[in-house]
Ligand binder design. Structure first.
Ligand code: P53
Length: 494
């Protein structure tokens, strides 16, 4: 028996990718609301309006907006996050389905702009608070423990446009006010909190796209991260004051990096990838101080940070109670010239010949999850949670409404086996919440067809569909996994 009897089996979502109701009950906009749909080889775009009324769109996530442009919803574009799967109006039905699978934990996020539509208000939006209260109460009805991400890719757009977002130190105060509000509001309903989703993305991916980013881009990225670390540390401190039982964690985008060859240069570069991409954020949030290699990282790009003594003190006093991360695939690192790149709109770099790749170009590497778990536990000795894992794939609905997804079952089965081995090897793993336990809008591509769920949602990439929920084969399989506490991983087909 590897998994403890109180192991948290469950699933994970994010507000902007599943709630819909983007302008209901006083919610303000987030950047995801002015982001269009992309596909396997087409990037998502952000649409905007200039002060003179002209409009346009820019690739990616809006980093290259022209001076003075404001994100805007334009006619003739499709915005998949506006309705998503309308969890806002379906949460009772969806939570009942999670309960039927036997979920012990449900990871979700609070949409910041439902609570503070612009982000700089003094008073919260009561309707926003009421919505999450109902969701948490519904979960409690079934003894499902909520795990709540405070900020998951949806900073209020108003803050980004009027305060320059996380480039501005003032963001710390807005975040702290938001956090204090929800901690006080839900202190008896929610115990487990995550401060920022995949906080490390900001610097990790600069490097993954090659070293083309300018020093200015690095300067901004490291400065934004610093303000977020301080905001996170303050949240931890405040949270423990409000309820000493709170367990507050960091959330890191976990990618296992391997050297491609035994060339010492490849091995060294791999180590540096771990440092910049993974350990930099983890060290600050778990150890409460910048690691020694931080100076090298800053110097490489002439980064000069605004860090005060008070900040350093907050970092020290606000270390997290647990380390949580997403894990989908591994990546290989080399100083050699290679032609064989894994394709897809979010390429994970050089293709690893020992691994299989998904339709979206992500490798499947269950052993990489054990490697990650053991590496991280060894480094921090804090409770760990795998809060995202899964396979984005195209599913087909048969005539009788059944959905056969053996590929998804296979993927998770292998990852669960590796988790149990890591536990046998001493790792304190306490939760596994699979990504997109109900189909939702992909963050990377904006597609519905990149599906992760045990529950199928009838909706396509153009926004058409009945929103009807259907159980996939993996639904029955996961129920059995949870019932047997991770012992029975073989599929008994219904
Ligand atoms: P999608 C990139 C690489 C690894 C994880 O991703 C990532 C991303 C961003 O796309 O994000 C996490 O939907 C994220 C979720 C996201 C999930 O991975 O592009 O925390 O919001 O949906 C899967 O397939």
């Amino acid at each position: 028996m590897s998994f403890s009897s109180n192991f948290y089996w469950g699933g994970a979502t994010a507000a902007n990718q599943c709630e819909g109701a983007y302008n209901t009950d006083g919610r303000g906009l987030a950047r995801t609301d002015v982001t269009t749909a992309g596909s396997y080889n087409k990037m998502r775009t952000v649409t905007y309006k200039m002060p003179d009324g002209t409009t346009g769109e820019v690739n990616g996530f809006g980093f290259d907006m022209p001076e003075g442009a404001k994100g805007a919803i334009l006619d003739g574009y499709y915005y998949p996050n506006h309705e998503s799967i309308d969890f806002y109006h379906h949460y009772k039905e969806d939570i009942a389905l999670f309960a039927e699978m036997g979920f012990k934990m449900f990871r979700m996020s609070i949409s910041w702009s439902r609570i503070f539509p612009n982000g700089d208000e003094e008073k919260p939006n009561q309707k926003g608070l009421d919505f999450y209260r109902s969701v948490f109460e519904e979960l409690r009805k079934y003894n499902i423990e909520p795990l709540v991400t405070i900020s998951h890719f949806d900073t209020p757009l108003y803050l980004e446009e009027n305060y320059n977002g996380w480039n501005n130190r003032k963001m710390i105060d807005f975040y702290v006010h938001y956090v204090e509000t929800i901690f006080n509001e839900y202190k008896d309903l929610v115990k487990y909190w995550l401060t920022f989703n995949e906080i490390n993305n900001t610097v990790m991916f600069l490097d993954m796209f090659g070293s083309k980013a300018s020093d200015k881009v690095y300067q901004e990225a490291y400065q934004q991260l610093h303000y977020q670390y301080v905001a996170s540390a303050k949240a931890v401190k405040i949270g423990h004051k409000i309820n000493s039982e709170f367990m507050i964690g960091c959330m890191i985008c976990g990618i296992t990096n391997y050297p491609m060859t035994c060339d010492p240069k490849d091995v060294m570069l791999t180590r540096y990838k771990w440092e910049q991409g993974i350990f930099y954020s983890g060290d600050v949030q778990c150890k409460g101080k910048y690691p020694t290699f931080a100076k090298r990282l800053w110097n490489e790009h002439n980064v000069k940070l605004d860090i005060t003594d008070e900040d350093l003190n907050d970092l020290k006093e606000g270390t997290v109670d647990m380390y949580t991360f997403s894990y989908y695939s591994s990546s290989i690192v080399t100083t050699h010239k290679v032609e064989n790149n894994a394709s897809g709109n979010f390429s994970m770099g050089t293709k690893n010949p020992y691994l299989k790749y998904s339709d979206w170009g992500w490798s499947t590497d269950a052993l990489g999850l054990r490697y990650y778990l053991e590496t991280i536990y060894d480094r921090y000795e804090l409770p760990l949670m795998v809060v995202e894992n899964g396979l984005g794939a195209v599913d087909k609905v048969e005539e009788d409404g059944s959905i056969h997804d053996p590929y998804r079952i296979e993927y998770m089965k292998e990852h669960i086996k590796e988790m149990s081995k890591a536990i046998d090897n001493g790792v304190d793993l306490i939760a596994y919440t699979t990504w997109g336990c109900i189909d939702l809008v992909s963050a990377g591509t904006g597609q519905m067809s990149k599906r992760y769920g045990f529950i199928y949602v009838d909706k396509d990439d153009e926004g058409k569909g009945s929103l009807k929920r259907l159980k996939k084969d993996s639904f029955y399989w996961y129920k059995q996994v949870i019932e047997s506490n991770g012992e029975n991983l073989e599929m008994e087909v219904k």
